[in-house]
Design a protein around this ligand. Structure first.
Ligand code: SF4
Length: 92
């Protein structure tokens, strides 16, 4: 069984942000839960399906893969806020 942090330092280009992000960002984007696109974005990098099954319940997976739609401004502000947190954390 993997640890939740095992893939945190792996990096891909985020189609939403247009820049590189580490898996730690994608794993915690929605209030500590993964981004709704985590499967699509990471499936070619490692076995994301098994990773999710090991670390999240079916109900959690269903919830973060199908989040309640937010208005565009709220989504944008959330992404910016999370990116700021990750940048601060990566510098420490
Ligand atoms: S999972 Fe979400 S945050 Fe991560 S690269 Fe894909 S769209 Fe961007």
């Amino acid at each position: 069984m993997t640890q939740k942090e095992d893939h945190d330092k792996e990096v891909i280009r985020c189609p939403r942000l247009g820049g590189e992000v580490p898996f730690s960002y994608c794993r915690t984007l929605q209030d500590g839960m993964p981004c709704d696109r985590v499967v699509i974005c990471w499936e070619l990098v490692f076995d994301i399906g098994t990773f999710l099954q090991e670390h999240y319940t079916p109900a959690e997976i269903k919830k973060f893969l199908n989040p309640t739609p937010k208005d565009k401004m709220s989504t944008l502000l959330d992404i910016i806020e999370q990116a700021k947190k990750n940048i601060k954390r990566d510098k420490t």
